[in-house]
Write a protein that binds this ligand. Structure first.
Ligand code: 4NP
Length: 169
């Protein structure tokens, strides 16, 4: 699908959220985005995934603090960590990096810069973008996980608002 074409059941929009470990930020983004898609009855129009640029946590469920914060807001995190692969550059319509390190890692995988246009920063969509990064909460306390959830909720809502107008029912 080209970046601006209509989104249909036959041609659903494929989106992947990317962080370092795929156990904190990107599974939270995936869970929130899926939750919003479900609330709006848009399930047939989106394929939603997440991945990590590292191999540190492959196969693991989302971090327990991430799951706890999400569940308090009615969002279930059900992903298992996987590593982002070069083939995903072709496969997905939009690839959202949580921070600039993830963004650089993705650009490095995109050797010929063929997919540069669809590799974006998550906080481009945040109405309150701050410094543009979704901060890594891994080594901190619950407040960091709470902050990440709020940032991702705002960003996912704005992102889905933008994509929903392209859905052709
Ligand atoms: P995430 O958080 O990238 O949001 O999943 C991290 C998880 C693990 C590590 C770093 C960040 N780690 O260094 O193991």
């Amino acid at each position: 699908m080209s970046e601006k074409s209509n989104i249909t059941k036959e041609n659903p929009f494929k989106i992947v959220f990317v962080c370092l470990g795929n156990i904190c930020r990107s599974p939270t983004a995936e869970g929130i985005f899926q939750h919003l898609v479900n609330e709006r009855g848009l399930q047939p129009y989106f394929y939603i995934d997440s991945a990590g640029t590292s191999a540190y946590h492959i196969g693991e469920p989302a971090n327990s603090k991430s799951r706890q914060v999400a569940e308090q807001q009615g969002v279930k995190l059900q992903s298992r960590a996987r590593r982002f692969e070069a083939g995903d550059l072709e496969e997905f319509d939009l690839i959202l990096a949580m921070d600039s390190e993830n963004h650089e890692n993705l650009q490095r995988l995109d050797r010929n810069s063929s997919f540069n246009g669809k590799i974006r920063m998550m906080r481009e969509y945040d109405p309150q973008p701050g410094d543009g990064e979704v901060p890594d909460p891994y080594y901190g306390g619950m407040d960091g996980f709470q902050h990440v959830f709020e940032v991702l909720k705002r960003s996912c809502e704005a992102l889905l608002d933008e994509l929903e107008v392209r859905v052709e029912k």
